[in-house]
Design a protein around this ligand. Sequence first.
Ligand code: ADP
Ligand code: MG
Length: 497
Amino acid sequence: MDQALSVQERVRGFLGREQKMLIGGQWVSAVSGKTFPTVNPATGEVLAHVPDGDAADVDKAVRAARRALEEGPWSRMTPAERSRLLYKLADKIEERATEFAQLETLDNGKTIRESANIDIPGTVEHFRYFAGWATKITGETIPVSVPGHFLNYTRREPVGVVGQIIPWNFPLLMAAWKIAPALACGNTVVLKPAEQTPLTALLLGELIQEVGFPDGVVNIVTGFGETAGAALVNHPDVDKIAFTGSTEVGRKIMQGAAGNMKRVSLELGGKSPNIIFPDADLSKAIPGAIMGIYFNQGQVCAAGSRVYVQKGVFDNVVSNMVDYSKSVRLGPGIDPQSEMGPLVSNEQFNRVMHYIERGREEGAELLCGGARPDHLSNGYFVQPTVFVATQNDLTIMREEIFGPVVVVSPFNDIEDIVKKANDTMYGLAAGVWTNDIRKAHRTAHLLKAGTVWVNCYNLIDNASPWGGFKQSGIGREMGHYALELYTEVKSVWVNLD
Ligand code: ADP
Ligand code: MG
């Protein structure tokens, strides 16, 4: 199949034109005039050049967001009007889902199956879910006990101008997770997409303008982390930073945000254990362990990158995982036959290969994969890779690899596995496979993780909280929990005497 022909005309049109970023309702170049390329990771070819925004552009965007917040029609809109705009945006994205899916796959590398079935519909439903919340954000009346007669009530008001910095693994979906709750709560936004994958955010910006969000409510600045990202984090007129990305950068963001005491919410890395007890239904647990690590080429913060299998079924699980890994069809994500695409960038490819090397050096046993397939030498492809190791202190057991690399490790019993599973600085997610209801809940309660999946993995729902314990983050996105990230509580006292 000629892959170029499968790409819609509109996508080609989008890629062929000069890219601008969205500030105060205008499509603009960077103040510096500079641009940077974004690359198709399946081929290494440049897809487009986008503005290289830095501190000057961020400052313009923050001013626009502040104006929209304090003076524009946005602040006078009713919750129902905000809700309607969010619903309209969801409908527009849905109408153009194929275009978004293809663009996402070209820019990120992920298979078209995943972008068409997960990323884009997930984005649409996320906007709808928070469109519903816009009219349901309420305060309380509080029965105060001070002498006299008082009415005391609370209001949930927008935090203000929100800086949102997102990663490249689910580019459009992460933009939705950030923008939707922020707008539902009445904030204004400066979004900085990841430098590896800026394109779908720019297309989203077009639709945001098209459905009629007032100018400056959403601003999108493309640029690098150390320049545009850091400028947003350090800007004195930004009230909050919402970030998804690496734990290393999350730490910098907390420090940078301290200057004017920005509110900070962070969704960071993970090294999630996926635990298989011998009484599990292995016909589900094994595919669960496989999908747990290979989904999105392993570039998932919740990736089940440590698979722990109780002795007794260990060899069975390992041999099945290896067989599957060898059978995965790698190829360009835009080809519907491909089961796994490339990693997002050359940098990420090198990072993953470096970890594979460390695994070997430190004595883990490499059972399959570990290299780039010969026939795909232009893209950033890494074969599905399975290691077996017994020591929890190996680098590949401790650090987030963010690639299709899994370490399978044996355990003895519940006490042993809880200790091993929790022996990490991370605490994002965990999986437990067992048919014993007591063991399932006992383990779920003992694991230090923001999400525990029992007999399933990688499930996410807009209504269910998402976020990390320990160094996997601060705060919870999704569900009503997200409203806490994007509102300030005000207590109002009225003397009735
Ligand atoms: P990765 O290293 O896998 O690309 P990062 O955590 O570095 O993950 O990137 C996630 C997002 O954070 C991107 O949008 C990136 O531009 C941004 N970023 C990176 N470094 C900084 C920084 N020092 N300050 C603010 N944002 C940053
Ligand atoms: Mg980085």
